[in-house]
Design a protein around this ligand. Structure first.
Ligand SMILES: Cc1cc2nc3c(=O)[nH]c(=O)nc-3n(C[C@H](O)[C@H](O)[C@H](O)COP(=O)(O)OP(=O)(O)OC[C@H]3O[C@@H](n4cnc5c(N)ncnc54)[C@H](O)[C@@H]3O)c2cc1C
Length: 413
């Protein structure tokens, strides 16, 4: 379908099906059944098999018409993409619909106190237990776990094979007695993530995904989506503020689901505030600060153009290995740090103050203490550099001291 045909089809669907008096779930059920909830997904699973460009036309019409989209905020997107790629039909049937309607929230249970960058060194244990699995272990930094219904979980099912081979990928019910979630407070005052303790937690056999021992390959799908920055594959973002039950419930959903992410724009360094602040404070007239602003602007532009080039090459069917997610993620860190640097040059000591009378009502201070997170979340800068050097530049791999059975690998106690 071309752009005009998509616009016409989506508009006709909205004209006949959208009614602001519907509840959020009623409307999203129509959206799913109509095949407009996830246009990039296959027709069998609520989509149309569109490419990114076609899907963004759908998103445009939704925004223009003020129509509420399918649920997509937070780790539920990572869960959905992974289940779509690796799940059985039964798993897709049980989980995809309530993710898109927003009935189920998800969290990602990957990192552990001893395994972040070295994710494959995880030691949470999954043992066979009747017709299912018994899980014991601790996870950490789990965004949104405090209001998640389900989690995507990596756990070790075999300690006697090499570390990447003994991992399995599970879908776990977070609302069971064996799962305890403890929120963590961050230095910027927010509490987005948690520690999660699993003590004899249960996962039924039908919630193992991708087969026993294949967890690392399944996790690669999740991580590739994460590195693309929770990119909204559905091409649909909603706007709160309309009248009627559906909008009221949507606003409520955004309030809860968005709460852990309100500081995410600040962790990107808020380059959008730089020129405004420079003009307001007169810093724009300082030649040294102007140079730094120009440097920031060049980085932002170069990153945008690289993204467009990667998308074009992908569209043209390039076989070249370009870890666009790793390069883009690293660029985001460089930009955030430069933006934070420029903000300190512009605001001086005011950048340290919070509260209504401070620079941008505390937004600059929040930016400075949130920026470090972008170099860590979803894989640190150093790990992205390792990926780029080994997979793109063909440089020699790190010397490994962690081969052989996992049980025999020396680890921190
Ligand atoms: C905002 C945010 C949200 C997050 N959300 C989640 C979530 O929802 N679910 C989840 O499971 N996790 C989540 N995480 C955790 C995140 O994935 C880990 O923090 C990250 O992978 C780094 O692991 P670590 O903290 O254990 O650091 P470590 O791995 O201990 O790293 C410490 C330092 O050593 C460096 N280093 C480690 N290995 C190497 C190497 N081989 N070569 C060079 N340098 C190296 C690192 O770059 C880093 O500077 C989140 C983190 C943040 C900041």
């Amino acid at each position: 379908m071309n752009s005009a045909e998509i616009r016409r089809a989506v508009s006709e669907f909205i004209d006949t099906e959208f009614d602001p008096a519907l509840s959020l779930i009623e409307w999203r059920t129509r959206l799913l059944d109509g095949g407009w909830a996830a246009p990039l997904w296959p027709a069998d699973w609520f989509g149309r098999g569109f490419n990114q460009e076609q899907a963004s036309v759908v998103g445009e019409v939704f925004r223009e018409r003020g129509v509420v989209p399918a649920a997509s905020i937070g780790p539920r997107g990572l869960a959905a993409e992974t289940i779509l790629a690796h799940g059985s039909d039964d798993q897709k049937r049980r989980y995809l619909r309530p993710i898109l309607t927003g009935e189920h929230a998800w969290c990602q249970l990957f990192s552990e106190p001893g395994s972040g960058s070295d994710l494959a060194g995880l030691s949470t244990k999954a043992e066979r237990d009747g017709d299912g699995w018994r899980i014991n272990g601790q996870k950490v930094w789990n965004t949104s776990a405090h209001h998640a219904d389900f989690g995507i979980l990596l756990a070790r099912t075999n300690f006697d094979v090499a570390k990447h081979q003994g991992i399995s990928y599970f879908l776990i019910d977070m609302r069971q007695p064996g799962v305890e979630v403890r929120p963590l407070k961050q230095m910027n005052g927010h509490a987005s993530f948690n520690e999660v303790f699993m003590t004899d937690a249960h996962v039924p056999a039908h919630d193992l995904i991708g087969g026993e021992g294949n967890g690392w390959a399944v996790a690669a799908t999740t991580l590739s989506y994460e590195r693309q920055g929770f990119r909204r594959r559905h091409g649909q973002t909603g706007k709160a503020g309309g009248q009627g039950l559906v909008h009221k419930e949507y606003e409520q959903e955004i309030l809860i689901a968005n709460e852990p992410y309100t500081w995410y724009p600040q962790r990107e360094g808020r380059p959008d505030l730089v020129l405004k602040r420079a003009k307001e404070t007169g810093a724009i007239n300082d030649p040294v600060i102007r140079q730094e602003i120009a440097r920031l602007h060049s980085l932002v532009k170069a990153n945008e153009l690289s993204r467009v080039r990667a998308a074009d090459e992908q569209r043209a069917g390039s076989q070249q290995v370009i870890p666009a997610g790793s390069i883009g993620k690293l660029a985001a860190s460089v930009i955030a740090r430069q933006a934070a640097h420029v903000h300190t040059l512009i605001s001086g000591a005011d950048a340290m103050l919070a509260g209504p009378d401070s620079a941008e009502s505390g937004m600059i201070a929040e930016t400075l203490i949130s920026v470090p997170a972008i170099s860590i979340a979803g894989g640190t800068d150093e790990i992205q550099k390792n990926i780029i050097s080994e997979r793109v530049l063909g440089m020699p791999k790190d010397i490994r001291s962690d081969t052989g059975p996992f049980r025999d690998i020396k680890r921190n106690a």
